[in-house]
Design a protein around this ligand. Structure first.
Ligand SMILES: *[C@@H]1O[C@H](CO)[C@@H](O)[C@H](O)[C@H]1NC(C)=O
Ligand SMILES: *[C@@H]1O[C@H](CO)[C@@H](O)[C@H](O)[C@H]1NC(C)=O
Length: 377
């Protein structure tokens, strides 16, 4: 409980947080796939299974030319992420925890084929991305900005998996770009999330061509270095960054002239236990990451999930021989002291070159292979 209290305090003190946000669920055919919740998931034991890459907090990516633009701050860790199995042509509803109306800007969604699979693909080099949906500024709509429309209809967005893409694993990168202070260089605020998909069916199309980082230029006066009021007053045409939507993407789904409010209430949850496997049927893989492990129980209707305000408890009520493997995640406590990373800062992980200890009163906790964080002792 100590950690919850601390996290809540940190949350409350971190500025105008009410306007920020992050993805909370992906809904596919009525099943809610939980996404990484940065203010609670790191403090659960064991760490729950989520279907997107971890993010650090609800804040934006600052500086769009570095690696954090790919999949948000938080290390772009491809490991231990659940995979949502979908068919090409399926509709997904992407549900945010919230979105404040003061952060106007476009809503954009990209995909990238994971090569060779999402457990080893970061998407931060080359040009693997293609845009499947966007809503920038449309004066004929109420409200006209994509993000305001998203907020008005209940903090969610619907996209269609392109019907003709080749089967395989993909990252789905959904993003809001907040332009409220974008008149300053690097004032534009990007809020991306990367969800793991396994697409079945489809055709043979293999689109790509957009680099992230690469496609976003701080000097882009059409889409990034812009003043909201000039666009709102019709003095300037807005063009969202990242290029046009791929020509064979499915039609946009947010077509109503006026956004209609519809709250999203999950009724059925996908598994949220990491490492849960069906030992009788799952083949043993040589990799420590099993991307198929999360889809084996999706149709198990007897599975129930109970959500309380502070912890999520998943109860498998099946009578099968299903076993749950508890993660062997280790928590490292460092000695603390006068030097070291500050509160909630990174203190280690693959690729990290920063401090490996924390300031006094904090200990270094391994969140995943790529990210360790200083949390209160
Ligand atoms: C990426 O995000 C992490 C976590 O917020 C931050 O510590 C790091 O400085 C960022 N890297 C760059 C290049 O901005
Ligand atoms: C943006 O413009 C500034 C000033 O002209 C320049 O120094 C900088 O290199 C430009 N950045 C990019 C990414 O083009």
């Amino acid at each position: 409980m100590h950690f919850y209290f601390s996290a809540t305090v940190a949350f409350a003190l971190s500025g105008s947080v009410s306007a920020h946000g992050f993805l909370k669920y992906v809904d596919h055919k009525g099943l809610s796939y939980g996404l990484w919740q940065p203010y609670s998931d790191p403090y659960l034991s064991p760490i729950p299974l989520r279907y997107d890459r971890t993010i650090l907090d609800n804040g934006p990516v600052v500086g769009m030319t570095g690696p954090n633009i790919t999949c948000n701050n938080g290390g772009n860790n491809p490991l231990n992420v659940g995979t949502i199995e979908v068919a090409a042509g399926d509709t997904l509803r992407l549900v945010w925890d919230q979105w404040g109306s003061s952060h106007s800007g476009p809503v954009m969604t990209y995909m990238a084929k994971c090569t060779p699979n999402c457990a080893s693909f970061k998407g931060d080099s080359g040009s693997p991305w293609f845009k499947i949906d966007q809503f920038g500024y449309d004066a004929a709509k109420t409200p006209p900005w994509g993000s305001d429309y998203l907020a008005r209809q209940g903090a969610w967005w619907k996209v269609t998996v392109p019907p003709t893409i080749a089967a395989g694993e993909y990252l789905l990168r959904h993003e809001i770009l907040g332009l409220h202070v974008a008149q300053d260089v690097n004032g534009a605020q990007f809020y991306p999330s990367c969800v793991h998909l396994k697409v079945t069916g489809g055709g043979s199309d293999a689109p790509s061509g957009v680099a992230l980082p690469g496609a976003y230029n701080p000097n882009d006066t059409d889409g990034i270095l812009v003043s909201l009021y000039q666009i709102n007053q019709g003095q300037k045409i807005y063009t969202a960054p990242g290029g046009p939507v791929w020509s064979k993407a499915a039609p946009a789904l947010q077509t109503a002239v006026t956004a209609t409010s519809e709250a999203y209430n999950p009724t059925s949850y996908a598994p949220s236990v990491r490492g849960a496997t069906t030992t009788t049927t799952s083949p043993v893989t040589t990799s420590p990451v099993t991307t198929t492990r999360t889809t084996t129980t999706l149709s198990t209707t007897t599975r129930t999930t109970t959500t309380s305000s502070s912890t999520r408890t998943t109860t498998a009520s099946t009578t099968s021989s299903r076993t749950t493997t508890t993660s062997s995640r280790t928590t490292t406590t460092s000695a603390g002291g006068g030097t070291g990373a500050g509160a909630w800062a990174q203190c280690g992980g693959i690729g990290s070159t920063g401090p490996t200890s924390c300031i006094s009163g904090y200990k270094c906790v391994v969140l995943n292979d790529y990210y360790s964080q200083c949390q209160p002792v």
